[in-house]
Design a protein. Sequence first.
Length: 365
Amino acid sequence: MEDRSQHRFLMTRLSALGDCLVTLPLACALRDHFPSSRIVWLTQTENAPLLKVHKDIDEVVTVSRRWFRNPSEILRLRSKLQAEQFTTVFDPQSLSKSSGAAWLSNCHERIGLSSPVGREISPILNTVNVSVKEDSHVVDRFLALLRPLGIDNPKVSFRTPVRSESEHKIARFAEEKELLNGYTVTLPYAGWKSRQWSMKRYGQVAANLYGNFGIKTILPWYGDFELKCAEEVASYSDGGAIVAEPLDIFDLTSLMRNARLVIGSDCGPMHLAASVGTPCVSLHGTTRPENSGPYGAQNIWLQMYYHGGSSRTRRTANNAAMLAIQVSHVMEAASKILDKQMFSRDGHSSSARFSNSSRSRQTRK
């Protein structure tokens, strides 16, 4: 293997929080194999806070969502990236905007994904294109970008940053709400309507969890739409759900980390929960869980059938495939995880992380 100990790596992953979270193992693997190298991550501004404090990332360079339409921002980015003199660029996103940024760096080794996973003009702009299976998980796809460096099947680590102040805040919250049996977290919202389940059913799940296990459900939110969803779920929960106070990304990380279980649709916070090892029950309709479900054997994926089609078709579809999932299906999966926790050797408390080892994963189709 070539000595890259002093090499300078750039990662171009510009999109949403969940996409960045499932790319963290690539950064971690680079640090594990090349501890003295410099690792820079290019992303959109809204993803920067969490990435900036990640111990394996030396610098985060930010751009606006539509940076490629702004000539002055293009020139600024080109100047910054070329000054770094990167030796290798990784383009896990493999779209025109990410491979275009890689091209601006003037780096001679730009590694992306082959078509059809690599889309638009990215296979042309990148100098090395790695072939991956279309049915592989995105985490494994991104780690495959290390093959040209002689690295196969690296250990999967996220090392998601945890802030001590947020840990104390969530512990105080759990104590104030007398969450003696711990708590679950429900994520009832999603970026696409086709990914949303029924607010009433989420409320019924919360009611059942409280009635059967004595465990309350916490509903985090960000913005007016998510707050409205959380309040609606709580209204159907017979007192089993609590709408959270406003949380920043580090508070949300700690809320997830100390939860016994997270239930919800395919969204960024679901991947945040998985990245800190908390077991998840994820609901899928227009996304394939084997591609984009929460990563890890502790999680359970639920899908009755896949509503396929182009990205646009799936984005604008109704949520019939989601509604095919019943409350009983979610409760069965949640009960399986909670029952195993009851027999765990580790004790549980509302202010400490719960054991979540040796749990099963299932997919319903």
